[in-house]
Design a protein around this ligand. Structure first.
Ligand code: PHE
Length: 344
């Protein structure tokens, strides 16, 4: 039996050498160490072996299995590398530039921390089945206000100071909730999507206010959606971002496009500092159940469907994550600041 096992291994190695496709490698693997593979076949006669023989055969077969696994892994990697190299050779990209950039003493750039966090959050939502939508920066009154249950004379228009164009019909979007409207109009429920992007407010700037900042809108519409669903997705998101379970609380919050509306706060303690004044609740995520008027404006029957929406402030999140005390650093263009966030 021991000899047979050696034969199987030798045979395996010869066959493996000639393979060039990953699928073939995998089928060779299962033909040898699979449930019905040749090794299992041999081990069937183990029952006829003497106890001494068994003592040798057991460890030997484990060793062979391990060696085979190792060889398979190496072969799969080798094939993958070959494929990638072949693709690169075909492509028109000139990789020799990378070296000359170094020779010139130049440094490769990196992503801005807001872009980094935006991508990270998009990935989290994509993994939970959300689409990622985009929308224009220049909007009209309908998408920014009217469809979101903020009619012409509504005082809530004053909540967001707006950059209007001269025609007084177009504006720079004040929030990414405009993407809710476009998203609803372009799909049939059930659906769920996020929409990240820049938003603009005609405000005096200070340590916590910028005229241009970033939000990530989220919307889920379907049948019988509850506040419980909303909390679940928000907690999952926060857990992924902060790499631990976050304690959250919901407070009532007013936004014309949600009813009920909430402010979701996280329990926050500045790392390194003791409890005391640096701990507490931090307002992070306005959200709520989509108002029936908003669903109607998006062409959805509120008798049949409902949903939740949220608007996450990305700059705020970056500030919390990296403990940045002034939002204006983010867009200062100061390389000394930006360089600290190089992803590589
Ligand atoms: N659009 C709101 C704002 O910018 C945030 C929000 C989005 C609130 C979605 C509730 C639901 O202030």
């Amino acid at each position: 039996m021991l000899q047979k096992m050696d034969e199987i291994f030798d045979d395996f190695q010869t066959k493996l050498q000639n393979l060039t496709k990953q699928a073939d490698v995998l089928s060779l693997k299962s033909s040898v160490i699979g449930k019905k593979g040749s090794l299992a076949e041999i081990l069937k006669s183990l029952k006829d072996a003497t106890p001494e023989q068994r003592k040798e055969i057991g460890p030997k077969s484990n060793q062979i299995k391990q060696d085979i696994e190792k060889n398979i892994m190496a072969k799969l990697q080798e094939i993958e590398l070959k494929e990638v190299n072949a693709k690169l050779a075909e492509s028109k990209l000139d990789f020799s530039l990378v070296d000359s950039v170094k020779d010139l003493g130049l440094q490769a750039g990196g992503l801005h921390p807001v872009s980094q966090i935006q991508r990270e959050i998009e990935d989290i939502f994509v993994s939970m089945g959300f689409d990622v939508l985009d929308g224009p920066h220049i909007e009209d009154d309908f998408h920014n206000f009217e469809a979101l249950n903020i009619p012409d004379t509504h005082p809530a228009r004053d909540m967001q100071d707006t950059f209007w164009f001269k025609d007084m019909e177009h504006l720079l979007r004040t929030h990414t909730s405009t993407i809710q409207v476009r998203g609803m109009q372009s799909r049939k429920p059930p659906f769920k999507f996020v929409g990240p992007g820049k938003v603009f407010r005609c405000e005096r700037t200070d340590a916590t206010h910028e005229m241009c900042f970033h939000q990530l809108e989220g919307m889920m519409v379907g049948k019988d959606i509850t506040v419980g669903n909303l909390i679940y997705f928000m907690k999952t998101l926060l857990k992924e971002i902060f790499k631990k379970d976050m304690e959250v609380r919901l407070r009532p919050g007013y936004f014309p496009f949600v009813e009920p509306g909430f402010e979701l706060d996280i329990r926050w303690k500045k790392p390194g500092k003791g409890e005391s004044k640096h701990s507490g609740w931090l307002e992070l995520l306005p959200c709520g159940m989509v108002h029936p008027n908003v669903l109607r404006a998006g062409g959805i029957d509120p008798e049949e469907y409902n949903g939740f929406a949220f608007g996450l402030g990305l700059d705020r999140l970056v500030m919390v994550k990296y403990m940045i005390e002034d939002i204006r650093h983010l867009h200062s263009g100061d390389l000394r600041f930006n360089k600290q966030f190089k992803a590589y």
